[in-house]
Ligand binder design. Structure first.
Ligand SMILES: NC(=O)c1ccc[n+]([C@@H]2O[C@H](COP(=O)([O-])OP(=O)(O)OC[C@H]3O[C@@H](n4cnc5c(N)ncnc54)[C@H](OP(=O)(O)O)[C@@H]3O)[C@@H](O)[C@H]2O)c1
Length: 316
């Protein structure tokens, strides 16, 4: 294992200096790692624009953050449902109208382990539709503002990228043939991560070095993920696992995305998360990334397929 560049305890938010004048956009802050990331960024003086689908939960989230950090924090919400491309476009327009600077866009929101094949309104299998196509389109639409701001894009992936078929099932993107809750979740997370490294290549080729793009994962963290979308059995198993030391707090799960959003001079080629056993818990740093996540032929095709599916061409 590589020596952790941040020392024995790995990266922690103590490394974040004052974030006054910085603005972060985070998807999915009503619970889990997104909530914890928003809280830590706000506690360091940043402005946070949350992108959430549920207005009532967003209000409750703002109230909870204010109760903990005080009424002076600068936090707001723009509604987005990543399962609807129209909603992503609407939210992006609102961001572009109201948020003059984006220091980092953190694509954190996701669903997981959807028991039966389900479709978004756009006809995508739901996990791929929300986790990959939703976040892909959002990044593309906000890219111009991120570029103006010399900002970052952070994608929250999963070690699940290394489970499943380790390839993209181009001939059956909706998994009509062989749907499985975990197989498709893994596929969606692999797609998200592959597009991070593909975007890096595209930016480099275009001579655009001001925007940085990172991939990370939260290990195994005590959040609402499986509770929201998993089957009864998966939920029960996960509830038991959450009680064990194999799973860490949601706050620790937020560290990798915070590191990628704020740490100066972090190498973009890495994949960041907890570095302990199975990369589930432990000090945050660089994790080994298996080569299929950077397969150039697959990534190029995935990018083209994703631009076509979202009907939007990145302006790079
Ligand atoms: N927890 C883990 O062990 C683990 C492991 C590997 C990877 N991850 C990754 O970590 C990230 C954060 O997940 P988490 O564990 O913190 O789960 P979580 O507690 O369930 O949080 C997920 C967030 O995403 C939001 N969301 C879901 N569908 C959405 C949609 N269609 N549009 C907009 N927002 C939506 C949820 O909003 P609602 O409140 O409205 O549902 C919630 O705010 C995800 O990318 C996940 O894949 C987690």
């Amino acid at each position: 294992m590589k020596t952790n560049q941040f020392g024995r305890n790995g990266w922690t938010p103590d490394r974040i200096e004052n974030l006054n004048d910085k603005t972060f956009i985070i998807t999915g802050t009503t619970s889990g790692t997104g909530f914890e990331a928003a809280k830590i960024l706000l506690s360091k003086g940043a402005k946070v624009v949350m992108l959430n689908r549920n207005s009532q939960k967003s209000k409750n989230t703002i109230a909870a953050l204010k109760q903990e950090l005080g009424n002076d924090i600068e936090v707001s919400n723009i509604r987005i449902d990543l399962a609807e491309q129209v909603s992503v476009r609407k939210a992006a327009l609102e961001v572009l109208k109201n948020v003059p600077q984006i220091d980092a866009l953190i694509c954190n929101a996701a669903i997981a382990q959807v028991p039966k094949q389900t479709f978004t309104v756009d006809g995508f299998e739901s996990q791929l539709g929300v986790n990959h196509y939703g976040n892909f389109l959002l990044q593309a639409l906000l890219y111009p503002r991120i570029e103006e701001s010399k900002g970052r894009i952070v994608t929250v992936g999963s070690m699940g990228y290394n489970l499943g078929i380790k390839n993209i099932q181009f001939d059956d993107m909706n998994w009509d043939r062989n749907y499985s809750p975990n197989g498709v979740y893994s596929q969606s997370k692999l797609a998200q991560i592959m597009c991070v490294y593909e975007l890096q290549d595209r930016l480099k080729k275009a001579g655009k070095t001001d925007v940085k793009v990172y991939a990370c994962h939260p290990g195994a963290s005590r959040t609402s993920l499986i509770k929201t979308s998993g089957s009864l059995m998966t939920r029960l198993v996960w509830q038991l696992m959450k009680l064990s030391p194999l799973v860490q707090s949601a706050e620790k799960g937020a560290y990798p995305q915070l590191m990628c959003a704020t740490e100066p001079d972090l190498d973009q080629s890495g994949f960041y998360g907890p570095t302990g056993r199975n990369y589930w818990t432990g000090p945050v740093g660089e994790c080994k990334l298996e080569p299929h996540a950077k397969d150039k032929v697959v990534a190029t095709k995935l990018w083209e397929v994703s631009e076509k599916a979202t009907n939007y061409k990145w302006n790079i």
